[in-house]
Design a protein around this ligand. Structure first.
Ligand code: 4NP
Length: 160
């Protein structure tokens, strides 16, 4: 069976999207479906390309058992849109930027907003925690845990 390939995207690929990748990785492991997925994350910008995840984000994530191991890279507007099945942005600006990059109608259809998969949180974005304090990092993880459960359910329903 072909793996479902998911790319999580935020602005810098050092806070929200590496966290989304780690939360999803832990979820699919706990559900025993790791082999069915391939996960990655990337940034709209290359500002932090080559950097590990933000230390504050890492610290909050590790308290919940998530290890942020990814290294920042920029979205590749040709290969990523071709390769991945789902390209998931964290906020409306990410979505506009991704829509602007999508090379074909088919790749445009792969784009979705992370919070659209939430069932417990009412947020319409995963708020950028970079310039804020501890509560912002915790909120990112709260929203992502909710959204990842919904995303997995949505993909599993689609496959049925
Ligand atoms: P992220 O957070 O998009 O969740 O990785 C940010 C990281 C860096 C910057 C902004 C947001 N920055 O401006 O450098």
């Amino acid at each position: 069976m072909d793996k479902t390939k998911i790319l999580f995207v935020c602005l810098g690929n050092i806070c929200r999207s590496p966290s989304a990748e780690a939360v999803m990785k832990a979820l699919i492991k706990s559900e025993n479906v790791t082999e069915a997925f391939e996960l990655d994350s990337a940034g709209i910008t290359a500002y932090h390309a080559g950097d590990p995840a933000d230390e504050r984000m890492q610290r909050h994530a590790i308290q919940r058992g998530y290890h942020l191991t990814s290294i920042s890279r920029q979205v590749n507007s040709t290969s990523d849109f071709d390769y991945f099945d789902y390209i998931i942005g964290m906020d409306g600006q990410n979505i506009s930027d991704l829509e602007g990059m999508a090379p074909t109608e088919e790749s445009w259809q792969k784009i979705s907003l992370m919070t659209d998969y939430c069932s417990n949180h009412q947020h319409d974005s995963v708020p950028d925690p970079y310039y804020g304090g501890a509560t912002g990092f915790e909120l990112v993880l709260d929203i992502l845990e909710d959204a990842c459960r919904g995303l997995l359910e949505s993909i599993q329903n689609e496959k049925e």
